[in-house]
Design a protein around this ligand. Structure first.
Ligand code: AHM
Ligand code: MG
Length: 333
């Protein structure tokens, strides 16, 4: 770990000084997210010890079994952000509708979209999981907040990022001025700047990351693309395959090493699995800020107009050359 002495608070305050239009409310949202991350990290790290593993016995809005830790992470973020006075609404993977701020609490000018605990099927087997967040400025006027306030373009995000609960806990975010990574020093309970101005290496490692178990359901173009990687047929040469099955972990590796992460559509699910607003768009923002590219196979993710709160889209993120290659193969059908 670096011996950095710059805390996330100091870093955000410094960024704010450089942007005279920045408001204290925005700083508060980021700081509240980092507090929530520390609390969630504490529970994730104790997951095998306390009675928090396993299913909660209910399904979420996508019909998937909710893990106890998913609910816990959601509750922590909703409690801290919902009562923190800086946001006026929260869209969460764990809630079908927009979560409003309880009466009697102050609201602020921002809306936040969250996947409280991504990769939750990995919790019980002690593999990295993550939290993903995306912050927009509310568009409508008045105290009421509408779904359209969170259904904005990815390119209009004020900030976005993720927390990875891995061998160490890392917070990575962007406010549009580069992508920066902070590592939690548990001995002092602070996120310290460890990865300033992250850049995806170019050309980077040749790693492709995809769940190949779904190959029979891919399009021909998708199948041929992976064959090219697997057989080392292209000018890029030979590839390694890596797939954690936790998007934050697969993305984080792609950010640090290069390569391409893919979650394509299939014949059964043309939109794939991943959700635009709180999974793909925030990571796409970080990806671009680090010099990578993010696409749904045809369009830049950040230019996609959301049509539903829990909309799914295919995702291709990573080194620009490889994302462009994927787009070419997919266009061929
Ligand atoms: P989740 O939000 O329900 O955890 O689902 C998203 C996760 C991603 O982290 C990961 O990339 C993907 O599901 C893995 O799905 P699959 O097991 O279909 O490959
Ligand atoms: Mg998720």
């Amino acid at each position: 770990m670096s011996d950095s002495m710059v805390t996330v608070e100091q870093f955000i305050a410094e960024q704010e000084r450089e942007h005279p239009d920045a408001t204290g409310a925005f700083t508060d949202v980021l700081l509240q997210m980092s507090l929530a991350a520390k609390i969630i990290a504490r529970s994730v790290n104790k997951a095998g010890l306390v009675d928090i593993l396993g299913a909660a016995g209910t399904d979420n809005v996508h019909g998937e079994e909710v893990q106890k830790l998913d609910e816990y992470a959601n509750d922590v973020i909703v409690e801290i952000l919902g009562k923190g006075g800086s946001v006026c609404g929260i869209a969460s993977e764990e809630s079908e509708r927009l979560i409003l701020i309880p009466e009697g609490y102050e609201t602020g000018p921002y809306v936040i979209s969250i996947d409280p605990l991504d990769g939750s099927s990995n919790i019980d087997v002690n593999i990295s999981v993550g939290t993903i967040f995306s912050i927009h400025r509310k568009r409508s006027t008045g105290r009421d907040v509408q779904e359209s306030d969170v259904m904005q373009l990815g390119s209009e995000q004020c900030a976005a990022g993720y927390v990875q609960y891995g061998s160490s806990t890392m917070l990575v975010f962007t406010t549009g001025a580069g992508a920066h990574g902070f590592t939690l020093d548990p001995s002092i309970g602070e996120f310290l700047l460890s990865h300033p101005n992250m850049k995806m290496p170019r050309p980077g490692k040749r790693i492709y990351s995809i769940n190949e178990g779904y190959a029979p359901k891919w399009s021909d173009g998708q199948r041929r693309l992976v064959e090219r990687f697997r057989n080392g047929e292209g000018e890029e040469g030979s590839f390694s395959a890596r797939y954690v099955g936790s998007m934050v972990a697969d993305f984080h590796r792609t950010l640090l090493r290069g390569g391409i992460f893919m979650y394509p559509g299939t014949v059964d699910a043309p939109g794939g699995k991943l959700r635009l607003l709180y999974e793909v768009a925030p990571l796409a923002f970080v990806c671009e800020q680090a010099g990578g590219q993010a696409s749904d196979g045809r369009h830049r993710v950040l230019d996609i107009e959301p049509t539903e709160l829990h909309q799914r889209i295919p995702a291709f993120m990573g080194s620009p050359e490889l994302v462009e290659l994927a787009e070419r193969y997919l266009a061929e059908g």
